[in-house]
Ligand binder design. Structure first.
Ligand SMILES: Nc1ncnc2c1ncn2[C@@H]1O[C@H](COP(=O)(O)OP(=O)(O)OP(=O)(O)O)[C@@H](O)[C@H]1O
Ligand SMILES: [Mg+2]
Length: 397
């Protein structure tokens, strides 16, 4: 089929042609934002899920949903190497500048810009990556303590007051939230808590890896009362079919049900893989309907392409010792695996492997579905590891 018209969209953060299976979560977030906007209590929502399940595209869609309703949004992606205040300051400035053009909100927004000036000046010593244009002079005593927790709360309160007087809400969309360092995460939680207590229309919709749950609880013990952590997971058979069938149908192309069965078997409903298989099946097929046989012929090409890009980039991020750990896991099958079994396969004791496991969890390579269990974050990764490190040489180092 014509590759130019191929609708599928594999890629990090690339919007899918059909966002399947996420309507309930979108609705949940729409209601939460709507409630917070009018001063009703609602929890902040943090989407948690493994790599490639579609957190970023869902977060982006939720942001568009909010903007349609006239809500002011900020989209941030927490990088591994920047501070949260450094990231937030310019985004909040932009929001305050926008709010300052709304007549009823002008006074509060102006005070917010003063708060931002105090915030940036006072915290610049500690967070040298705060780089933000200052529009006004600070107001002494406003968000300029030099203590992140107090200053961020004071600043966000001003933003919330400005939003309230403009009859809107401000929503911070933060992706990769697991990269925010713990004291900074704690400060953000405190600030949100203060704003929630004051019924101010400002909230967070976040996304990140599953370890976020434990991270936020460690940062602030009351975090679970403030946040909902819905799991973003693989799609069901029905949702996966929708993700594959609808985009093709828009081009007058059909899939045989057996073709969908085959794709579902290979992808396990994992969104990134659905886009990959859809794309290659389309390219391989000569005509509509796309058949099971087309999918079977597309599979080796899809897997080779995953090896070259998706799998390889993950593999390259690991140290040689971490690769051995992953290879040992792969020798035991798709998983999840008990820590003891992995240690046995490596001929090591469990205790000595703790730090390596923690580092692999941090990198998003593995996760812990339940205590003492370790699983790959991506389906088919075990098979990739066996191709990447064939034979038994890994056992001896
Ligand atoms: N609901 C969905 N239906 C169909 N395809 C989807 C869906 N969600 C995501 N995808 C596709 O899956 C791929 C991965 O999506 P995305 O980058 O949002 O995942 P992610 O969870 O943010 O991954 P990471 O943790 O690596 O950042 C993209 O190609 C996207 O188009
Ligand atoms: Mg993402």
């Amino acid at each position: 089929m014509n590759p130019i018209r191929n609708p599928y969209a594999p890629g990090a953060g690339t919007p899918p042609p059909e966002l399947a299976g996420r309507d309930e979560l979108r609705e949940k977030v729409r209601i939460a934002i709507g409630r917070i906007r009018i001063g009703n209590p609602a929890k902040s929502v943090v989407l948690v899920g493994l790599r490639g399940v579609g957190k970023t595209v869902l977060l982006d869609q939720m942001r568009r949903d909010a903007e349609v309703e006239g809500v002011y949004t900020l989209k941030l992606e927490a990088p591994e190497d920047r501070s949260l205040p450094g990231l937030l300051a310019p985004a909040l400035r932009l929001t305050l500048l926008k709010l300052s053009t709304v007549a009823q909100a002008k006074d509060y927004a102006t005070r917010g810009l003063r708060a931002l000036a105090g915030f940036a000046k006072a915290l610049k010593v500690k967070f040298q990556d705060i780089e933000v244009g200052l529009d006004l002079e600070p107001e002494p005593g406003l968000a300029d303590n030099g203590d992140l927790e107090a200053d961020l709360a004071a600043l966000m309160e001003q933003v919330g007051l400005a939003a309230r007087s403009a009859d809107t809400a401000v929503v911070l969309f933060i992706d990769e939230l697991q990269y925010v360092r713990e004291p900074q995460l704690a400060a953000l939680i405190t600030a949100l808590h203060r704003c929630a207590q004051a019924k101010l229309p400002i909230t967070l919709i976040g996304a990140g890896l599953p370890q976020l749950l434990a991270r936020t609880a460690e940062a602030k013990s009351y975090a679970e009362r403030l946040f909902d952590f819905p799991m973003v997971g693989p799609l069901s058979r029905l949702e996966a079919a929708q993700a594959i069938v609808k985009p093709a149908r828009d081009h007058g192309v059909e899939f045989e049900p057996q073709a969908i069965d085959e794709i579902y078997k290979d992808t396990q409903g994992y969104p990134f893989f659905l886009q990959m298989w859809g794309k290659h099946a389309w390219d391989v097929a000569a005509q509509s309907p796309i058949t099971r046989d087309d999918v079977v012929r597309a599979t080796p090409i899809t897997v080779a392409s995953l090896d070259e890009s998706f799998f390889k980039s993950r593999f390259d991020r690991c140290t040689p010792a971490e690769r051995r750990y992953l290879r040992a896991m792969a020798s035991l099958g798709p998983g999840p695996h008990r820590s003891g079994d992995i240690a046995n396969a490596l001929g090591r004791s469990v205790n000595t492997l703790g730090p390596m496991r923690a580092s692999l969890i941090n990198k998003g390579m593995v996760w812990s579905p339940s205590h003492g269990d370790t699983a790959f974050t991506v389906p088919l990764f075990d098979e990739f590891m066996q191709r990447a490190m064939p034979g038994e040489a890994w056992r001896t180092g």
